[in-house]
Design a binder for this molecule. Structure first.
Ligand SMILES: Nc1ncnc2c1ncn2[C@@H]1O[C@H](COP(=O)(O)OP(=O)(O)OP(=O)(O)O)[C@@H](O)[C@H]1O
Length: 593
């Protein structure tokens, strides 16, 4: 997969063990009391299990002395049933909490992703981010609760069993511990490999999402280019990677998982040999050997719980490391809640001024703007023209404060954009991107996207201004007709006017319109020009213009070239005074110069 040219979050340094543990604890902290309840249930269940071998020893002793055993049998049965009930309750409480941990992690992650700064978001592959939200968070399920409780009950039950075994016979305990320590050491070597394999496997899952996102983001082009098989092969490469690392992780987990059985079986053989000798020499009675062996088998559960907990921790740590890396990216403040519906007629037009603005997209990249200065006074239309790559769209990005200037100042209504609260600043601006994105959903959802409180009257008014009323009448379900993925069921011109209607519905004090470079038919072009000129009578309009018809009706035109303002004037003035503008105007299609 050729993602080398585009750094992603996966390039960031992995989280340290301490960071991972703290992040994990932060996920569990809000649920600590429920986890404690689950732990209590698990401990009660474990205590029940712990009593069973002792009860069995009493039973065997009574059998030997021909005493009645009905009472002890009934007590044993009650103990078994009770431990099962408590165990079940504990398991339910924990599973529920685990789901809550996953929900909280997803909620936090999604909240952060949507607030990423544009400059950060551009470095990230969307498919990979999606897999972090959907797939990595799932791995938190086990580690956040089962592993915590498994480790705690495992330790308690293990220590308790060892204590009882010490009372029964210290020599046999020594034999048992010797075997367990030996196998435990081998397991410890395997554990970090599980974390590594899991992280790689999750990275590959991210690559699958990235590859799919690439395909479906340009599905028509993929089909028209006959690239289906090539693209399927790309996805397959990532899927095979995920498989390879998944299998590797499964191998280490299986090895670790069978270690508990192996440890106890080996200890059993050793205890049988040593214990048998001790029984025949009269050092211990046979009932002690039986009880000891039962405790030995009782140990299987806590030991396997401990091993499971550690391998779940390794998997969870891999996921946490990937999630934490996204959380390190910087974000913007959330928009404030705006209770009152926007009144587009009431919004006073705003002015915009660039004062000696220098800008580059990232350190190490060349400057895009060099001391750019101009003024777009309140009300009326200001068009920005210039050859492709001159830095026209970047002007809008700086007004919206998608990026910070590297020098000079951008003033909105006389105040530096950095002194405005970001959500407030953006709430005053209507912004129409060059490719006028329409989102999947209904037409209505798209229209009220930037102004959810807009009333039907507001919508009707904007539809008539943008000449979309006829389209709505034609659609089978009117405003509630779905428009397809990225508005694929609409024409290019319709998409553009919907994007303008969406921006106008916000009641902006400034409308930023990045005109599409693609050709529109004459009817659409006329409709669009009318919409813009009509809007410019009510609010400030700035247009990155690619069509002669747009610039002719502008109040002032700013000519940009290679990141500099080259000339400012009206169409008539510029045709006479500026050679580049005259050339651009002569070609009609301004970007082809
Ligand atoms: N997000 C970005 N990161 C890095 N460089 C960028 C980014 N966006 C634009 N550029 C670069 O900045 C320069 C100016 O881009 P801009 O989009 O402002 O040009 P433009 O004048 O609007 O061009 P066009 O008329 O083709 O839309 C281009 O060279 C472009 O490659």
């Amino acid at each position: 997969m050729n993602t080398a040219s585009r750094p992603s979050t996966t390039d960031a340094a992995p989280a340290s063990a301490r960071e991972t543990f703290t992040a994990l604890y932060e996920h569990v902290r809000p649920h600590r009391w429920v986890v404690a309840l689950g732990l209590l249930c698990a401990l009660a269940g474990a205590a029940g299990g712990l009593l069973q071998p002792l009860a069995t020893k009493v039973l065997v002793d009574r059998l030997a002395s021909s005493d009645a055993i009905t009472g002890i049998l009934l007590a044993l049965t009650a103990l078994v049933v009770l431990s099962a009930i408590v165990d079940g309750l504990g398991a339910y409480v924990l599973e529920r909490t685990a789901e809550s941990v996953v929900l909280a992690a997803r909620r936090t992650l999604v909240g952060r992703l949507l607030r990423l700064r544009l400059a950060e978001a551009e470095l990230v592959l969307p498919g990979d981010l999606m897999s972090r939200v959907t797939s990595d968070t799932t791995l938190l399920r086990a580690v956040s609760t089962q592993a915590v409780v498994g480790a705690a009950t495992g330790v308690v039950a293990f220590v308790a069993a060892i204590a009882v075994m010490a009372i029964l016979d210290v020599v046999l305990l020594g034999v048992t511990l010797g075997v367990i320590v030996l196998i435990g050491g081998l397991v410890a070597l395997v554990m970090p490999r599980i974390a590594r394999a899991t992280e790689r496997s999750q990275e590959a899952v991210g690559e699958i999402s990235t590859a799919l996102e690439r395909v479906f983001g340009a599905f028509r082009t993929v089909k028209a280019s006959g690239a289906e098989q090539r693209e399927a092969a790309r996805v397959e490469v990532a899927a095979r990677q995920a498989w390879r690392h998944g299998v590797r992780s499964a191998k280490w987990e299986a090895l670790a998982g069978s270690a508990d059985g192996l440890a106890v079986q080996l200890a059993f053989l050793a205890v049988l040999a040593v214990g048998g000798a001790r029984v025949s020499s009269g050092a211990i009675p046979v009932s002690t050997l039986i009880a000891f062996l039962l405790y030995l088998f009782y140990l299987i559960e806590p030991v396997s719980k401990l091993i499971d907990a550690v391998s779940q921790y390794q998997e969870g740590a891999a996921a946490i490391s990937r999630i934490t890396r996204v959380q390190r990216l910087s974000t913007e403040p959330l928009p404030e809640h705006r209770p009152a519906p926007p009144r587009h007629s009431a919004a006073a037009p705003a002015s915009v001024r660039f004062a000696d603005v220098s800008f580059r997209y990232r350190t190490g990249l060349p400057d895009i703007h060099h001391q750019v200065s101009f003024e777009a006074p309140a009300a009326g239309m200001t068009a920005i023209v210039g050859p492709s790559g001159a830095g026209k769209s970047t002007v809008f990005a700086l007004i919206e404060r998608f990026y910070e200037v590297t020098g000079g100042r951008v003033l909105f209504d006389g105040k530096d954009v950095r002194d405005w609260s970001l959500p407030h600043l953006r709430s005053l601006i209507g912004y129409v991107e060059q490719d006028a994105p329409v989102l999947a959903g209904t037409l209505r959802e798209n229209l009220i996207f930037a102004a959810p409180e807009a009333t039907d009257d507001d919508i009707r008014d904007v539809l008539s201004r943008t000449k979309l009323a006829a389209l709505v009448d034609r659609l089978p379900h009117g405003l509630d007709t779905p428009v397809g993925h990225r508005g694929s069921m609409l024409s290019g011109g319709e998409r553009q006017r919907i994007a303008i209607a969406r921006a106008l519905l916000r009641g902006p004090r400034l409308l930023l319109l990045d005109e599409a470079t693609s050709q529109l038919d004459a009817v659409n072009e006329l409709a669009l020009r009318d919409v813009i000129t009509e809007t410019a009578t009510r609010t400030t309009v700035m247009v990155v213009a690619h069509r002669l018809s747009t610039v002719i009706s502008a109040d002032r035109i700013i000519v940009m070239d290679a990141g500099r303002v080259r000339a400012v004037g009206t169409h008539a003035e510029l045709v006479a005074q500026d050679r580049l503008y005259a050339q651009l105007a002569a070609t009609q299609l301004l970007t082809s110069a």
